[in-house]
Design a protein around this ligand. Structure first.
Ligand code: ADP
Ligand code: MG
Length: 717
C-alpha cells in the first residue's frame, strides 16, 4: 500500500502484523534463555555472580560461553565482539569469528571459550586515555559485564554476538564509561542498604539506581543531509538563515506523526524490542522534525547500554528509510535543541522505591531523610553534576530558551516544598498538601484526582512524583557520567547520615534533627520558579549557586579536592583517572571546534563564495543588459549588487580571521589553554563568519545557493 504524508512524500505502508510479546528480547541471551539452556548448577552460580555474590570462575564461564555461542549460532551469528564504551563518545567493537583453525578434513570448528567471553585484549592504543596509558603500553582489557545481557545484532555485516564489557588499562584504570558506572552502583548499593537497615528493613538485599533516559532526536531527509557538508562533518548546521516558519505555532509538539516518520518509528521499535529494549513512548517534540523515544526504566548500567543501542538503532534504521537521524544537541541554531532526560530513582530488589513519598510525605521519615540527603548532595556537588552534562554540543543548548539553564537547582513541587518549608520554619512537618479533584466541567468526561504537584519544565533537576529527572544531559552524550555522579554523591551523603545515625542514642530524635539540618542548610538549591528567566540568574548568584556557562568552564570541577575526596572515598575514580578524564574532555572540545571551524572554512571558500560570485555575475550581466536597452531603470540591480558585494567582503574578512585563529589554535599543545583559546577566539570567529553568510542566503537566488535551507531540512521530511 502506498500513501502520501503531509508534505507529499510518497511512502510504502507495510501492513505486516507482528506480535510484540513474541519478538521482544528474541535477540537477547537473557535470563529466561540462560535458565532454559544452562545446566542448573551453572545457572545458579551465574545468578549469584550477577547479583553481586562473588566473582566468576573459569569453569562456569566456559559452560556459559559454550551455550552462548550455540544460541548465537542458532540466531545466525558468525562473529562475536566485546562491545564497550571507550571515551570517544561512541561504542567500540572488534569482531572475531567463531571459526578456529581448520581441521584436517577441511572443515572448521566453531568455538568460544570462557576466557574469550570474560576477557578481551583489544589493541587499545588509539582510544583516548588522557595520559593514563602511553602508546607503547598498548595493552587494554575488556571484561565481561554479566549484569548486562549479551545480544545478537543483525545488520549488513551479518549477525554478531555482542558482549557488553568494561574497558580498563593494563594497570586497572578505567578507560571507559561502564567501569566507573559499575563502581558507583556498588557505592550507592552499600550506603543505601545501610540507611534502610537503620529504618528496620532487614529483607532488601540490593539497592540499584533505576534509570529511564528519554531520547530526543531530529530526522531529516538523507538526500538533503548529504548536500549539507556541515551536517556530514559535524552533525550540526554551521550556516543557515531562519525559515519563514519556526515552531511558533506549536503545531509539531505531540502532533500527528507523519506517515514516513511513523513507518520509521515502527521499524526502530521493532529492532529495539528484539534487542530487549523496552521502547515505550514516542512523540513529536517541540521543534519541526524533532521527535522523542523513551524506554521503560531499567537498572542503571543496563539503561546506559540500552541508550547506546537506542542511538545506534535510530541512526541505522534511518538510513534504510532514506532518512538521517541527527543526535546533535543543536543541529539548527534558533530551533529547539535535543536533550536526554535522565530519570533516576533508587529501587530495592524487593520492589521498594526509596524516592516514593507515599500520600503523606510529612509522615514518611525515611523518604524525608532520603530527600534531604539528595538536596545536600546536589547542592554540595552542583558543579560536578553540571560537569557531567558538559559536552561540546550541549554548550549551544544549556541556558538557551528551550533547555534548562546551566545553573543547577532542584524543583520539588508545591507539596514537598511546603513540607520542607514546615521543617525549616518549625522544625517539624505536620501536614501534606493534598491533591484535589480536577473538575473537567464536561458531564461525559470523568473528574479525577490531580497530583498534588504540577510539573515544571524549566528545572534542570525536577522531582516528578517518585523519581528525579535530570534534564541537563545532552542528546548525544552517554548517560553514564551523570549517573556516576548521581550515584556517588548520593552514596556520600547517605554514608555521612548513617555515620551519624548509627551512633545516635535516640534514633528518632537524631533523624529528625538531621532532616531539619539538611533542609535548612541546603534549602538554597530548591527553586520552583521559571528557570529560564533572567531574574533567576540574578537570584541564583545571590544564593551562591555556581553558573558554568560552557563546557570549558565546567570541566575543572572533576578534579577539585572535593571531587577527588568524593570519588576516591568510594573507589569510583582515583585522582589519576579524574585528571585523565579532564585531559580527554579538553582535547575533545578542541578537536570538535577545530573540525567545525575547518568545515566552515571549507564550505565558505568552496561553496558559498563561488555561489555568491555567480549571483553577482548574473546581477552584473543583468545590469549591463538592462542598461543597454537605454530605457529601463537599473537601480534594483545596482542596489543588490552593492549589498551582495558588501556582505561578500564581510565573508572574506571573517574567513581570513577564522583561518588565522584556527591555525593558531591548532598549533598549540593540547590542554586547558588550547581549549580556552578555541572557546574565546575560534567560536567567536565562527559566529562572525556565519552572520554575513546567513544574510547572503536571504538575498542570493535559491537555485544558486549550494545547500538545502533550514526550511527544506526541517519542514520537508
Ligand atoms: P514524562 O512525563 O516526563 O515523559 P514518563 O512517565 O513518560 O515521564 O517517564 C519518563 C521516563 O522515566 C521513562 O523512561 C520511564 O520509564 C522513567 N521512569 C518512570 N518511573 C521511574 C522511576 N521510578 N525511576 C526511574 N525512571 C522512571
Ligand atoms: Mg519527560
Amino acid at each position: 500500500m502506498s500513501g502520501a504524508d503531509s508534505c507529499g512524500t510518497s511512502v510504502m505502508i507495510e501492513t505486516e502484523k507482528f506480535s510484540v510479546s513474541e519478538i521482544f528480547g528474541e535477540n537477547v541471551f537473557n535470563d529466561s534463555v540462560m535458565q532454559a539452556r544452562l545446566p542448573k548448577k551453572t545457572y545458579k552460580r551465574l545468578r549469584e555472580v550477577i547479583e553481586g555474590g562473588h566473582e566468576l570462575d573459569l569453569v562456569t564461564a566456559d559452560v556459559v560461553a559454550h551455550e552462548m555461542k550455540e544460541w548465537a549460532i542458532e540466531q545466525g551469528a558468525t562473529h562475536f565482539t566485546h562491545w564497550f564504551q571507550p571515551l570517544t563518545g561512541v561504542t567500540a567493537e572488534k569482531h572475531d569469528s567463531f571459526i578456529t583453525a581448520p581441521m584436517e578434513n577441511g572443515k572448521v570448528l566453531m568455538s568460544f571459550s570462557g576466557k574469550e567471553l570474560i576477557k578481551g585484549e583489544p589493541d587499545a592504543s588509539s582510544f583516548p586515555s588522557g595520559g593514563l596509558r602511553a602508546t607503547f603500553e598498548a595493552r587494554g582489557y575488556t571484561a565481561w559485564d554479566c549484569t548486562s545481557p549479551a545480544f545478537v545484532r543483525h545488520d549488513a555485516a551479518g549477525a554478531t554476538l555482542c558482549i557488553p564489557t568494561a574497558f580498563c588499562s593494563y594497570t586497572g584504570e578505567a578507560l571507559d564509561q561502564k567501569t566507573p558506572l559499575l563502581r558507583s552502583m556498588e557505592a550507592i548499593n552499600d550506603q543505601a542498604l545501610r540507611l534502610l537497615r537503620l529504618f528496620g528493613n532487614t529483607t532488601s538485599k540490593r539497592v540499584t539506581p533505576s534509570v529511564g533516559a528519554e531520547q530526543e532526536y531530529f530526522i531529516v531527509d538523507r538526500e538533503k543531509y548529504l548536500k549539507r557538508k556541515d551536517l556530514v562533518f559535524t552533525g550540526r548546521t554551521l550556516f543557515g538563515a531562519m525559515p519563514p516558519k519556526g515552531q511558533e505555532m506549536d503545531d509539531h509538539y505531540y502532533g500527528v506523526i507523519r506517515e514516513r516518520i511513523g513507518s520509521y518509528m515502527k521499524d526502530v521499535n521493532k529492532e529495539l524490542w528484539k534487542l530487549g529494549v523496552s521502547a515505550k513512548t514516542q512523540h513529536n517534540e517541540a521543534a519541526p522534525a524533532q521527535h522523542e523515544l523513551a524506554p521503560i526504566y531499567a537498572e542503571c548500567n543496563v539503561a546506559a547500554d540500552h541508550n547506546q543501542l537506542i542511538m545506534e538503532t535510530l541512526k541505522k534504521v534511518a538510513g534504510r528509510h532514506g532518512l538521517h537521524c541527527l543526535l546533535h544537541e543543536k543541529p539548527f541554531a534558533g530551533v529547539n535543541g535535543s536533550g536526554k532526560h535522565d530519570n533516576w530513582s533508587l529501587t530495592t530488589d524487593d520492589g521498594i522505591n526509596l524516592l516514593d513519598p507515599g500520600s503523606t510525605p510529612h509522615e514518611n521519615i525515611q523518604f524525608l531523610l532520603v530527600l534531604t540527603c539528595l538536596l545536600k548532595a546536589v547542592d554540595k556537588h552542583a558543579d560536578l553534576l553540571r560537569a557531567s552534562a558538559a559536552d561540546v554540543g550541549n554548550d549551544h543548548r544549556l541556558g538557551a530558551n528551550e533547555a534548562p539553564p546551566a545553573i543547577l537547582s532542584v524543583y520539588l513541587g508545591e507539596q514537598l516544598e511546603d513540607v520542607i518549608a514546615q521543617l525549616v520554619s518549625t522544625g517539624s512537618a505536620t501536614h501534606s498538601i493534598k491533591g484535589e479533584m480536577l473538575e473537567t466541567g464536561v458531564k461525559t468526561l470523568p473528574d479525577f484526582m490531580k497530583d498534588a504537584t504540577d510539573r515544571n519544565r524549566t528545572s534542570p533537576f525536577a522531582f516528578t512524583g517518585n523519581k528525579f529527572e535530570f534534564r541537563m544531559v545532552g542528546s548525544q552524550a552517554s548517560i553514564a557520567p551523570p549517573n556516576v555522579v548521581l550515584n556517588t554523591i548520593a552514596a556520600e551523603v547517605f554514608a555521612e547520615a548513617c555515620d551519624i545515625l548509627e551512633q545516635a542514642e535516640n534514633f528518632d530524635d537524631a533523624v529528625h534533627d538531621l532532616i531539619k539540618k539538611y533542609a535548612i542548610e541546603h534549602q538554597r538549591i530548591i527553586f520552583n520558579g521559571n528557570g529560564y528567566s533572567e531574574e533567576w540568574v540574578v537570584e541564583a548568584e545571590k544564593r551562591g549557586l555556581p553558573n558554568f556557562k560552557t563546557m570549558v568552564d565546567a570541566i575543572p570541577a572533576y578534579a577539585t579536592d572535593k571531587a577527588v575526596a568524593l570519588f576516591e572515598k568510594f573507589g569510583v575514580f582515583n585522582r589519576a583517572e579524574l585528571e585523565s578524564r579532564i585531559e580527554i574532555e579538553y582535547a575533545t572540545y578542541a578537536k570538535t571546534i577545530n573540525i567545525e571551524a575547518r568545515a566552515m572554512i571549507d564550505i565558505a571558500s568552496k561553496q558559498i563564495i563561488p555561489a555568491v560570485i555567480r549571483y553577482t555575475t548574473d546581477l552584473a550581466n543583468s545590469w549591463n543588459a538592462v542598461k543597454a536597452t537605454g530605457i529601463a531603470d537599473v537601480s534594483v540591480q545596482s542596489e543588490l549588487l552593492a549589498e551582495t558585494s558588501g556582505y561578500l567582503a564581510d565573508v572574506k574578512r571573517a574567513l581570513k580571521k577564522l583561518t588565522e585563529v584556527t591555525e593558531q589554535a591548532a598549533s598549540m599543545s593540547e590542554g586547558k589553554e588550547q581549549a580556552v583559546y578555541y572557546k574565546e577566539e575560534v567560536t567567536v570567529a565562527m559566529e562572525q563568519l556565519r552572520v554575513p553568510v546567513d544574510k547572503l542566503e536571504m538575498i542570493v537566488d535559491k537555485d544558486l545557493w549550494p545547500m538545502p535551507s533550514y526550511g527544506d531540512l526541517i519542514f520537508e521530511v
